[in-house]
Design a protein around this ligand. Structure first.
Ligand code: HAM
Length: 441
């Protein structure tokens, strides 16, 4: 029994009391991305396994250790997406979107799945907001994408994130670097974990982001990619730095960032927090100029980032960010007796159709219990509909926050409730202004 009443390890429910926070964040992300020209794309939760092994790379931790992969009933190997980029590139190619006007800018809010050891900020089902941009090779695009992430943090009131940037070069300069790494790690072969010993020949860069402690110490003294990049890659990197300076976005160059996914070329970056524990990377991204071609399209430069929404929330709480107040019931209509309860339901539906948040009883409670419920749920106004109200054609609408009660006719009920709510909101604004003024005096 315990199994079906416990969610799988590393997953989280978003309960009704928290969903307003999530909606606020998601809306802010999508709206801010729109200001930079990004439009939402939705791709399947699962894809053919090969898509991820080809793009993320079959020597990465993600592919080797963390994917939720299974055979479907048709015996095809499918995988719950561990990240968003691969699926977006696949969808863009399949739907011929690169034939339209470039750059193509897309964004997404998605659940992702990685079989990792759960801890604060690290889950097995987590959520990413990401953007992917196709077409531009100029560092202006790198700066635009980083500026969007930066603007998102500012809009949400997030402080204290440090931007780290690096360049990991292109396939040409990478070859020289890989050789230097091979030589370095061969000298420390005995100290590396078993997985990394296997990575040495095929992809020594992946040893740099291995999570096992024995590899960490060796990685400390490894050669740095920035010392090996070619003139073109260096010029690109300098171009990005110049633009970030121009936009007033502070950063530090961190030659140790290589990112854990194989598709990256040139620019890589991370926004890191010191406030949310060991899993401090809130956002990570970079260029992947070879991926479109790798997946069967014509060579097209591309870049993007993704941020983990759970980590974003941790950071927002750590910074004391404000969230909008939850919407509370505009009016509760209590029904007394059969006729009163029928009329309450009818009026309630009319109000809902007009766009009000209205509630009435469906628990067959007494009028007293209905009013208690209305109070507990923070209803702004409440009214009782019984025999006498139906006869007189009007009812008393009570201001539940202590204001005056008013008589309201049951004809054009919605219009009058609208006026009441407007007056109430107006009074609240005036009172808040007066409080503020008193505080300043
Ligand atoms: P990533 O660095 O693997 O990059 O993930 C991006 C973000 O997702 C991380 O910075 C973190 O906030 C969040 N994240 C990753 N794994 C977990 C986890 N197990 N639990 C909670 N949050 C997690 C990518 O996924 C790339 N696709 C980003 C990208 C887009 N690069 C270019 N375009």
């Amino acid at each position: 029994m315990a199994v079906i009443t416990n969610a799988p390890r590393g997953t989280q429910d978003v309960l009704p009391a928290q969903s307003a926070r999530w909606q606020y964040i998601e809306n802010t992300l999508l709206r801010t991305a729109e200001l930079f020209g990004f439009r939402e794309i939705r791709t399947p939760v699962f894809e053919h396994t090969e898509l991820f092994s080809r793009s993320v790379g079959d020597t990465t931790d993600v592919v080797q250790k963390e994917m939720y992969t299974f055979l479907d009933k048709g015996k095809r190997s499918v995988t719950l997406r561990p990240e968003g980029t691969a699926g977006v590139v696949r969808a863009v190619l399949q739907n011929g979107l690169l034939g339209g006007a470039l750059p193509l800018r897309t964004c997404y809010v998605i659940p992702c799945f990685r079989y990792e050891k759960p801890q604060a900020g690290r889950l097995r089902e987590f959520h990413q907001f990401g953007v992917e941009m196709f077409g531009p090779k100029s560092p202006a695009a790198d700066a635009q994408v980083i500026a969007l992430a930066n603007e998102i943090f500012q809009t949400l009131g997030i402080e204290g994130l440090e931007l780290h940037i690096n360049s990991i070069g292109c396939p040409e300069c990478r070859a020289k670097y890989q050789q230097a790494l091979r030589e370095y790690f061969t000298a420390h072969l005995g100290t590396l974990c078993e997985t990394c010993q296997g990575r040495l020949e095929k992809n020594p860069m992946r040893i740099l982001d291995c999570k096992s402690p024995e590899c960490h110490a060796v990685v400390e003294g490894a050669p740095l990619v920035l010392d090996y990049i070619c003139d073109d890659c260096r010029e690109h990197f300098e171009g990005l730095k110049k633009r970030l300076d121009l936009l007033g976005i502070s950063y530090s160059v961190d030659p140790k960032i290589v990112r854990g996914l194989d598709y990256y070329t040139r620019t890589v970056f991370e926004f890191v927090s010191q406030k949310i524990g060991a899993q401090g990377t809130v956002c990570g991204g970079g260029r992947y100029d070879g991926l479109v071609e790798e997946l069967g399209g014509s060579a097209t430069p591309a870049l993007g980032f993704a941020m983990g929404l759970e980590r974003l929330l941790l950071q927002m709480d750590a910074c004391g960010c404000l969230f909008p107040e939850e919407n509370t019931c505009d009016i509760y209509l209590a029904g007394m007796g059969e006729a009163g309860s029928l009329r309450a339901q009818q009026l309630c539906y009319e109000l809902q159709q007009e766009g009000f948040y209205a509630e009435c009883d469906c628990m067959e409670r007494s009028v007293k219990a209905q009013m208690k419920y209305a109070d507990k749920h923070g209803a702004k106004y409440a009214a009782v509909l019984g025999k006498s109200e139906l006869q007189s054609g009007e009812c008393t609408v009570k201001d539940m926050r202590g204001g005056k009660s008013v008589q309201v006719s049951l004809t054009d009920f919605a219009g009058q409730i609208y006026r009441l709510l407007l007056e109430g909101a107006y009074t609240e604004v005036i009172e808040a202004g007066e409080q503020l003024q008193k505080g300043q005096e």
